[in-house]
Design a protein around this ligand. Structure first.
Ligand SMILES: *Cc1c(COP(=O)(O)O)cnc(C)c1O
Length: 468
């Protein structure tokens, strides 16, 4: 090390000295004693590096206290936090999928702060089953004989395969050997569960005779997997649930459907087509249907299993269930969400995911005009806001080809490139996730609400300050 740089580093004040400055002492109220020391330590580390390249680094108490304040702010901000979703992707897996309905939030809150009858039968005064809180409800809504819930749909598929097909064979169409984001691959899940995969058909076409020809003494299950995040178009053929069930029944083999999103309401009348509901799969005779709690269902992360009682009982007895079990907060939110489905109109208005997906164009358009007006009133003149036509997507591995017409707000700032604006908005409180399209920064009104307006305005102002 050169004498000069040793010299400059010697200028760096010592920790105890810094802590004794009134400018630093005044930050005490923002964090704990340990938090303050850690923040000072981090800042001194930064300054040491900075001095090495710039001997003129500002070391005044005022300047250092600003850096320490900023360090405290970073350390005190929770890692997992609320984000404003302006992307227009309704079930956005990276943004936590479905926001919960108010009723689910209330149930979650009630269960969180106190004790609950999670596994206690209040009538009999003895041990109960956590699954009992939603089993009848799922049966009532889907028409299934029995039901079970686990941590997520991946867990549901894993549990079903392990309980029903370990050491035996499961027949799946090559067109349905999907990979869902986050590395859930049907062939891998199958291997993990100990079931042998028998692939039939081709990528684009699978026929009834393919299943029939593959059934042997070893066959435990016919599996149909929803091709959630892609579509095979053109010269295609797939075997529907009804036909698979008939083939299975003739051979005495049950049929399971991994429905992925798991819709309980037929959304065709809203122009959202192509997804069979869970009830339709069960009516077609599927012996087991599994689906997610936080995709189209609009509830918390969970995996729902509905179907034949004897098969569900097998799953309930399997060791794996203990490792995959649903937690009480999730269960509370799930029960409350499912209760909303007892009245379809209530579900469509109260469950945010369904409300956003089925929002009519005139409502979207007037919401867009209202947001634009209110945002303009709150923002300084550097911002230009205009309305644009565009498309939102359902997301969550449902309807991969569907584009929902929507209204978008384009936001631009004098002298600030759109990609820089997009970057800055990811660092504000709360962060805002928008969409960059053809060098324009856009916010899709479909995934925003009036409640977001003050937060959006504040985030935009913070972004502007960060450029100064
Ligand atoms: C999303 C999905 C899964 C995984 O569900 P999680 O609830 O995310 O575990 C499994 N299968 C299909 C077909 C899916 O679409």
């Amino acid at each position: 090390m050169s004498g000069a740089s040793q010299d400059t580093r010697r200028k760096l004040p010592k920790m105890d000295k810094v802590l004794s400055w009134p400018e630093i002492a005044s930050l005490r109220s923002l964090t704990s004693h340990v938090g303050l020391k850690q923040a000072v330590r981090n800042v001194l580390d930064q300054l040491r590096s900075s001095l090495a390249v710039n001997p003129a680094t500002d070391l005044t108490p005022v300047s250092i206290s600003h850096l320490v304040r900023n360090q405290i702010r970073i350390a005190e901000t929770p890692s997992l936090r609320r984000v404003i979703n302006g992307s227009g992707v309704v079930v956005h897996t990276n943004l936590g999928r479905s926001p919960l309905a108010r009723a689910a939030e209330a149930a979650l809150h009630d269960t969180a702060w106190g004790y609950s009858n999670l596994e206690f039968d209040l009538e009999r005064g003895e041990r109960g089953e956590r699954y009992a809180h939603v089993e009848n409800l799922i049966c009532e809504l889907t028409g299934a004989e029995a039901a079970l819930v686990v941590n997520n749909n991946a867990a549901a598929v894993m549990l079903a395969l392990s309980s029903l097909a370990a050491g035996q064979e499961v027949i799946v169409s090559r067109g349905e050997l999907v990979e869902i984001g986050g590395s859930f691959r049907i062939p891998d899940v199958m291997r993990q569960s100990g079931a042998g995969l028998v692939e039939v058909g081709t990528t684009n076409r699978t026929h009834p005779r393919d299943y029939i020809g593959a059934i042997t003494e070893q066959t435990a299950l016919l599996l149909k997997v929803h091709t959630s995040n892609f579509a095979v178009v053109g010269f295609t053929a797939e075997v529907n649930t009804e036909t698979m069930v008939r083939i299975g029944q003739e051979a005495g083999v049950p049929t399971m459907v991994d429905a992925g999103s798991g819709c309980l309401i037929d959304l065709a009348r809203f122009g959202i087509c192509g997804e069979a509901t869970v009830q339709q799969h069960l009516q077609a005779g599927a012996d087991i249907v599994t689906f997610s709690g936080d995709k189209l269902l609009g509830g918390p992360q969970a995996g729902l299993i509905a179907g034949r009682r004897d098969l569900v009982e097998k799953m309930k007895r399997h060791q794996l269930l203990r490792a995959l079990r649903i937690d009480k907060l999730t269960l509370a939110a799930l029960e409350a969400t499912l209760r909303l489905y007892r009245d379809e109109r209530v579900a469509l208005t109260e469950i945010p995911t369904l409300r956003m997906l089925t929002m009519p164009m005139d409502v979207l358009a007037s919401q867009a005009r209202r947001m634009l007006r209110r945002l303009r009133a709150l923002l300084p003149e550097q911002f230009t806001l205009t309305l644009q036509d565009g498309f939102s997507s359902p997301g969550g591995g449902s309807y991969p080809l569907l584009q929902l017409p929507s209204r978008l707000i384009e936001v631009s700032v004098d002298g600030l490139p759109p990609n820089r604006l997009e970057e800055l908005l990811r660092t504000t409180t709360p962060p805002v996730v928008g969409r960059l399209q053809k060098d324009r920064f856009l916010l899709d009104v479909r995934t925003l609400s009036d409640n977001d307006i003050p937060f959006l305005a504040s985030a935009f102002c913070q972004a502007l300050e960060l450029t100064l």
